[in-house]
Design a protein around this ligand. Structure first.
Ligand code: C5P
Length: 297
């Protein structure tokens, strides 16, 4: 039993349904236009107040629990921003694989900000939380939205999808699958930069494609899917395009990479038996492949 003073926060995973990287910025980051949806599945972060200092425990052995973990970085940022002197004990139930492009660390960080804010009487409003989240990582601000968003800039400009467009996403069934290896996000961005400008998608083109999808209520999400990260990831990690092509041919699916990978996803009709698809994934990538049948939130 958890003590009554323990608060628990769901930290969903995300997938990028549309990810157009439009160019490099003077600060070294990249500008992007992305449609991101949280999944109805993720980590859980428990927190309980402590007299002083922050600590983190995790149920998965290879997750770092020192100050390199974004949960503790979030706690430090929260303390600096609020002047709060108290501490907290975090316990992370880690489910989202690392190096996956599923936003696990970023989502945990936002859960930590929300948890601390709740623990000490909500001193930070939406804007200050958003600024802190952006400081912690480019993929953090999107997790404050609790639903599908359009993300721009380096990730700090987040707009909830209009209700009608969000309704085209919510509840859609998605199969998420990841090989045993991960892909480092800085590596993926460096590959894009090395192939510039061909690797970038002009911003007007990206915004045009997004606007056309937003303005057409009949346009299913399948017509939106895009990821600028696929060419560099697929060049090096050939196991990805090999399986994705196979799933297209055998099952008529249109699977994509999420973020910088290595997790991929395929939108599935509700009636489809995922069994044969999962069997094909395990046959190609081995039993250690991660597979998840879930829904967009
Ligand atoms: O912001 P975050 O720490 O998650 O980014 C990790 C790395 O990914 C950055 O150091 C940068 O190399 C790259 N990145 C980028 N443009 C973005 C987001 C991340 O170049 N919009």
């Amino acid at each position: 039993m958890l003590p009554v003073s323990t608060l628990s926060f769901f930290a969903p995973a995300k997938i990028n349904l549309f990810l157009a990287i439009t160019g490099r910025r003077p600060d070294g980051y990249h500008n992007l236009v992305s449609v991101v949806a949280p999944l109805a599945w993720g980590d859980t972060l428990h927190v309980e107040a402590a007299k002083e200092g922050w600590s983190l425990d995790c149920d998965v052995a290879d997750v770092p629990v020192d100050e390199t973990n974004l949960v503790l970085k979030a706690a430090q940022a929260f303390a600096r921003a609020t002047g709060e002197a108290g501490g907290a004990r975090f316990r992370l139930e880690k489910r989202i694989p690392m190096g996956a492009g599923l936003g696990g660390g970023s989502s945990d960080a936002v859960a930590a900000l929300r948890a601390l804010n709740a623990l000490v009487g909500q001193p930070l409003g939406t804007e200050r939380l958003a600024a802190l989240a952006a400081e912690l990582g480019s993929d953090c601000p999107l997790f404050l939205a609790d639903g599908p968003v359009v993300m721009r800039g380096r990730g700090e400009r987040v707009t909830p999808l209009p209700a009608e467009a969000a309704a085209r996403l919510r509840g859609r069934r998605v199969l998420v699958f990841k090989p045993a290896f991960g892909i480092s996000t800085p590596w993926a961005y460096a590959q894009l930069a090395a192939q510039a400008p061909a690797s970038y998608r002009p911003e007007v083109e990206a915004e045009g494609a997004l606007t056309r999808w937003l303005e057409d209520p009949q346009a299913a999400v399948e017509t939106l899917l895009l990821n600028s990260m696929e060419p560099p990831a697929f060049r090096k990690f050939v196991a990805l395009p090999t399986l994705l092509d196979q799933l297209g041919k055998e099952f008529g699916l249109a699977p994509r990479l999420s973020g910088s990978g290595s997790a991929c996803y395929a939108l599935l009709p509700n009636t489809v038996d995922a069994g044969p698809v999962i069997a094909a994934i395990r046959e190609a990538w081995g039993e250690s492949a991660f597979v998840l049948d879930t829904r967009l939130l």
